[in-house]
Design a protein around this ligand. Structure first.
Ligand code: ADP
Ligand code: MG
Length: 268
């Protein structure tokens, strides 16, 4: 992977492969006039773990939510600029938003299993998506649980309540629930918040395996986590992307003073 020196935050993709996602001068303003994204331009390459980090209220969650148009739920918000997914404008009238959200699947910070069994949690979304053949369902949930590194822990008790799982297991179940829908991109907003260090390590290890199949965009819970998992990272501050670079650049040799101050813990 090569990243050219940062003259400006606008960077080419990490690899020569066609980017999966392109943000082109994206602005986003909430109805109360808070501008959460200011002229964000970046590319995300296939099969990378791209980390968005920065202090709270810097626009990280907003950026994730725009990518699969969850931001449509903020009525009266204003957007300028474009977002392309596999070359297609995600805001074009022809886009099927449900399908877009399946292909760019969000996993939230607080794992929220549905009432019911582990099995029910995994099949609910599939049934909603119209997938009903027993073999297809079986294959998808087995694979999703394996990919989320949960299979060994739950394979003998798929009928027990999802609420009986530990926090780390619930988070991996929510990840598996997304993976069963076979997305292209996984959007993770602080997926290990509230997890103990061992569960956190398990989730981080599964992310590194998952990038073989998926593109991952993640808001980490700390700079340390960002530095452990990122292939590339963007440092965000007050709605702007300050700097984008490889893990090595961002965490060992940041170019912008503000990135450096944040990475070394001078502000947070
Ligand atoms: N639903 C909302 N309505 C109005 N303002 C919001 C909403 N969500 C976030 N914001 C504002 O947008 C800015 C960016 O927030 P957010 O994207 O949540 O940042 P982060 O995830 O980096 O903490 C903040 O100033 C926040 O207060
Ligand atoms: Mg957030």
């Amino acid at each position: 992977m090569t990243v050219s020196p940062a003259a400006s935050p606008v960077q080419p993709a990490a690899s020569t492969a066609r980017p999966v996602i392109v943000l082109d001068h994206l602005w986003f303003t909430y109805p109360d006039n808070v501008t959460a994204l200011k002229d964000v331009t970046l590319n995300i390459a296939p099969h990378e773990i791209f980390v968005l980090f920065g202090p709270s209220r810097s626009g990280k969650s907003t950026l994730l939510r725009v990518l699969n148009r969850l931001s449509d739920l903020n009525e009266g918000a204003q957007r300028r600029g474009n977002v392309y997914f596999n070359g297609q404008d995600i805001f074009a009238p022809s886009v099927d938003v449900t399908e877009l959200r399946r292909r760019l699947s969000m996993v939230f910070a607080i794992p929220t299993p549905l009432p019911g069994s582990i099995y029910d949690n995994l099949t609910y979304g599939l049934r909603m998506a119209g997938i009903r053949d027993a073999q297809g369902i079986e294959r998808r949930i087995t694979r999703a649980l394996q990919q989320a590194a949960l299979w060994d822990e739950v394979k003998d008790r798929l009928d027990s309540s999802a609420f009986a799982l530990s926090g780390g297991q619930k988070q991996r179940l929510c990840l598996a629930r997304s993976l069963a829908l076979e997305p292209d991109v996984i959007l993770l907003d602080n997926p290990t918040s509230g997890l103990d260090p061992i569960s956190t390590a398990t989730v981080e290890d599964s992310l590194i395996e998952l990038k073989e199949r998926y593109t991952i965009i993640m808001v980490p819970h700390s700079v340390q986590q960002a530095a452990r998992v990122a292939d590339r990272a963007a440092f965000m501050l007050d709605g702007e992307v300050v700097e984008i670079g490889s893990r090595q650049q961002m965490f060992a040799n940041p170019k912008d003073k503000r990135t450096e101050d944040y990475v070394v813990g001078r502000f947070g």
